[in-house]
Ligand binder design. Structure first.
Ligand code: ADP
Ligand code: ZN
Length: 615
């Protein structure tokens, strides 16, 4: 297809607007086709993963077309951030929902009627409200954008009856294009959405579920709080979410992190509304770096610079795992997803599944749990497993970061070592904890060993060629794989299980996974360079920190979330290219005309001060 708006240097009206308004130098996959379809008046149905850049698909047409774009979105808590983000890019945006007082509502309605708005965000129930459609009919409408469109389908996982009123859009506003977006829709849900919204020969996009900038890792779970602290030790100031299953474990891990100097807060449904809101808000605004949460934390997170998601307990199924890990790296920058896996988590989930009354439901849940366990235990590329779950395939060599592909995970036979440990447990009468058992295995010369004559046991010193950490690791693995259990109580002791005896008597092998090194997230191979725009890895960290401080200050003054001012990527580019003129600044990704005008000066000043030695 030829493009009459194409200029000699390959720029067209769309890429020009993209650069002027958003400061982006190129479209992501599918964005341009969707924008073109809408601008030419066509309906759209698009499935795009979280972070795929859905909002740009309707915000750019909203800018290019005359009239107001009406965005229907179910999450009132997100509307302010979405409107703020549009406003700082120079779009005239407002929202109408129950959180506004009547004076504000009047002001917004007036601006709407005067045709001054590019974007109006509304909740679905407003559509059913008498009078609202009548008001809309008096206003020129550029398009309707239906966000989280799967909510209209009873087959979907998040049906909302309010969404049914949206089926009136086409019959009442026949001239305006309707664009429906969602991050999750099976083909059946897709048909249902198109049907219910009565979309007219829509342009359909099903983007890949692949999130190339996320890297995946599964680590055998030991003392998970310790493991998390080690993980965090070289990620100071990086924002992340740690998922735990129970409120109690959320509280405990959060307390442990805080005790060790991590700026962390808990989040679960048992907290007072106020506290929960405050913790989420503090995280959103970079005042808190780590949130320890149950899965209740999720809906309503729009923070784009989440750099890691940790699952400290096994998720129930792959959908949950995909959604929760998907909350990292929405800005397209590398993010890391770690699952600490222990077989010991399985019985707890099984227990809940067994409580389900409906047989079919119980069978489904059980099957899903098995798939989750498989994901964590088989030696197959994690990314291809995730995509496979959603019925997609990954090109050979297409993985952009997982522990299996980067060859950093080895499956090692440790049957002999397991036998040494378990033999020591047996021969000491299953009455001691990990410390003493390790001492026996290593042949330590302690008072306790001398008193109990454990230096006369056959296994005494059988493992003296390895260090203490190694044997503690084997004990963790034995526990994780259900060969050994730790009793509860103040002095937990180790017991063998039936599975443990199988290994001890040589009837079964025992294997462990060992990491060689932490995989580097998202390598940029040539093939992937298109997907992941050149990562900026060498940038001045000190300058980056200073720019973050500037961003925080500006955000506080204006009551905005920091990522709305500039993304981490933008700050990283600044810390790499050190722009000191408006023209140089405008070349940075994410710096459009409006943001240059509003914030460019502050950042140029900070960069200059830094370059000249900080005066
Ligand atoms: P979604 O709603 O699909 O989860 P968003 O619309 O929130 O995703 O976009 C995710 C992030 O990607 C935002 O920070 C947005 O500014 C950024 N983004 C979107 N499109 C582009 C692009 N073409 N180039 C660079 N960044 C983009
Ligand atoms: Zn892989």
């Amino acid at each position: 297809m030829t493009d009459s708006s194409q200029t000699e240097n390959g720029e067209n009206d769309f890429t020009k607007a993209l650069s002027n308004v958003f400061g982006f130098h190129g479209f992501r996959d599918n964005q341009e086709d969707i924008v073109r379809a809408i601008v030419s008046g066509r309906d759209v149905f698009a499935v795009m993963p979280t972070g795929g850049g859905k909002s740009l698909c309707y915000q750019l047409p909203a800018y290019l077309l005359d009239g107001t774009c009406v965005v229907i979105s179910p999450l009132i808590s997100l509307m302010k951030d979405q409107v703020d983000a549009a406003k700082v890019n120079g779009l005239a945006a407002e929202f109408l929902n129950s959180s506004l007082d009547s004076a504000e509502r009047t002001r917004v309605s007036r601006e709407l009627s005067a045709g001054k708005l590019d974007l109006l965000y509304v909740a679905p129930e407003r559509f059913a409200a008498p009078g609202f459609l009548d008001v809309l009919k008096t206003v020129p409408i550029s398009l309707f954008a239906v966000d989280e469109a799967h909510c209209i389908s009873e087959w979907g996982h998040d049906f909302r009856p309010d969404y049914l009123s949206l089926s009136r859009i086409v019959s009442e506003f026949g001239d305006s294009p309707v664009a429906a977006f969602t991050a999750t829709a099976t083909p059946r849900v897709q048909d249902d959405i198109i049907d219910r919204l009565t979309l007219r020969d829509p342009h359909v996009t099903r983007a890949s579920f692949n999130r190339p900038n996320l890297s995946y890792q599964v680590v055998p779970k030991g003392d998970v709080d310790d493991q998390i602290l080690t993980f965090l030790s070289d990620r100071k100031d990086e924002a992340g979410i740690i998922y735990r299953t129970t409120r109690k474990s959320v509280e405990e891990t959060a307390r442990e992190l805080v005790r060790n100097g991590v700026n962390a807060r808990p989040y679960h449904a048992g907290l007072e509304d106020e506290v929960r809101k405050a913790n989420q808000e503090a995280f959103n605004r970079d005042d808190v770096t780590v949130i320890v949460a149950t899965v209740a934390f999720g809906m309503g997170i729009d923070k784009s610079n989440v750099r890691f998601v940790i699952h400290a307990d096994l998720p129930k199924n792959m959908e949950g795992y995909y959604q929760e890990t998907g909350r990292s790296g929405r800005d397209g920058e590398p993010a890391h997803c770690v699952l600490y896996y222990s077989r010991g988590d399985i019985p707890k989930i099984r227990y809940f599944i067994n409580q389900m009354e409906d047989d079919a439901q119980r069978a489904t849940a059980s099957g899903k749990l098995n798939e989750m366990v498989n994901f964590a235990t088989v030696n197959v590329c994690r990314r291809s497993q995730i995509l496979g779950y959603f019925g997609q395939t990954l090109d050979a060599g297409g993985c952009t970061g997982c522990d299996v592909c980067s060859g950093t995970v080895d499956r090692i036979d440790a049957t002999r070592e397991a036998q040494i440990v378990m033999s020591a447990i047996m021969r000491t009468g299953q009455r001691f904890g990990a410390v003493h058992v390790t001492d026996v295995v290593m042949g330590a010369n302690t008072q306790k060993i001398r008193d109990l004559k454990h230096d006369q046991l056959k296994t005494y010193g059988a493992g003296s060629d390895r260090d203490k950490q190694y044997w503690r690791g084997i004990i963790d693995d034995l526990t994780a794989q259900g060969c050994v259990v730790r009793t509860d109580g103040e002095y937990p002791v180790l017991h063998l299980t039936a599975a443990g005896r199988e290994v001890l008597f040589g009837r079964r092998e025992f294997q462990v996974l060992r990491q060689r090194e932490v995989p580097k997230p998202a390598r940029t191979r040539r093939k992937q360079a298109k997907q992941i725009k050149q990562q900026i890895t060498d940038f001045d960290r000190e300058l980056f920190e200073q720019l973050r401080t500037v961003r925080r200050g500006l955000a506080q003054e204006r009551n905005l979330a920091p990522f709305i001012i500039f993304s981490d990527r933008t700050l990283r580019e600044m810390a790499h290219y050190t722009p000191t003129t408006p023209v140089e600044m405008r070349n940075i990704t994410g710096v459009g005309d409006q943001k240059l005008l509003q914030y460019g000066g502050d950042f140029i000043q900070a960069i200059e001060a830094y370059l000249s030695g900080g005066e």
